[in-house]
Unconditional design. Structure first.
Length: 241
């Protein structure tokens, strides 16, 4: 770890403009909250549409399983995946545009607006019910929102972190715990930090999955609650001159 990287829970701001330590106050809280939101919305979407809005690894698998006869909702998964790609690309471009607003403010605003739109459409269309075309539309809007959100939290204290999919987190967490316990002494501090961040995101995503499952009793309002949760993150943005 370079000397410019802050310790977990510290106050120093790293040099990397994409690091949440540079973009947010209380970045560990932001990372945990946003990961819970992502897990909640993924569970909600899968149980209602048959496709994920954040976990695109599974959606890619559905593109093979579905045509082979194992997952009829594969067109919905395809719609979510394409929209996720577009959301990621457009938000990344939006963050790069010169503006008086910080990059993270612009990206978060787009994510919040899209999640709010998704919530409204779920109410209007009653989460697609028995209409596969509407479910594909709703999954696409949700996928776009999660693509936007995925660009906001990519690195914490110099450690790569993700909130919308966790396959890489699982692999990296395994690497880091071995590095912490058995690696060279000079690298153990960074490995321990990465391991703890991995546990945080995995726990947050799993807790969100549980919340999204329990919330199926009132499914129409799940994206609305997620919108409020993301809005609560906004006051924690660092506004740099």
């Amino acid at each position: 770890m370079s000397s410019a990287e802050p310790p977990v829970g510290g106050n120093r701001i790293g040099a990397d403009p994409a690091d949440v330590y540079r973009e947010f106050r209380h970045p560990i809280l932001v990372l945990g909250a946003s990961t819970v939101v992502a897990g909640t919305l993924d569970a909600f979407a899968f149980l209602r549409y048959g496709a994920f809005v954040g976990n695109q690894s599974s959606n890619v698998l559905f593109l093979g399983v579905g045509p082979a006869g194992g997952h009829p909702a594969w067109p919905t998964a395809a719609a979510s995946m394409v929209a996720f790609v577009v959301g990621t690309g457009l938000t990344t471009r939006l963050r790069a545009v010169q503006s008086r607003w910080t990059p993270v403010s612009r990206g978060l605003a787009l994510a919040v607006a899209t999640v709010a739109l998704w919530g409204a459409l779920n109410v209007v269309f009653e989460y697609g019910r028995d209409n596969p075309r509407l479910r594909a539309l709703l999954a696409a809007v949700g996928g776009f929102a999660m693509g936007a959100l995925a660009t906001l939290f990519v690195r914490t204290a110099g450690i790569a972190t993700t909130i919308t999919y966790q396959s890489g987190t699982v692999a990296k967490t395994g690497e880091r715990i071995v590095g912490w316990l058995l690696g060279p002494p000079q690298g153990r501090g960074r490995a321990r930090k990465g391991f703890l961040l991995g546990l945080l995101t995995l726990a947050g995503y799993a807790c969100g999955g549980g919340i999204g499952t329990l919330a199926q009793q009132r499914p129409l309002w799940v994206p609305a609650w997620a919108t409020l949760a993301l809005l609560a993150v906004a006051p924690l943005i660092r506004h740099r001159g």
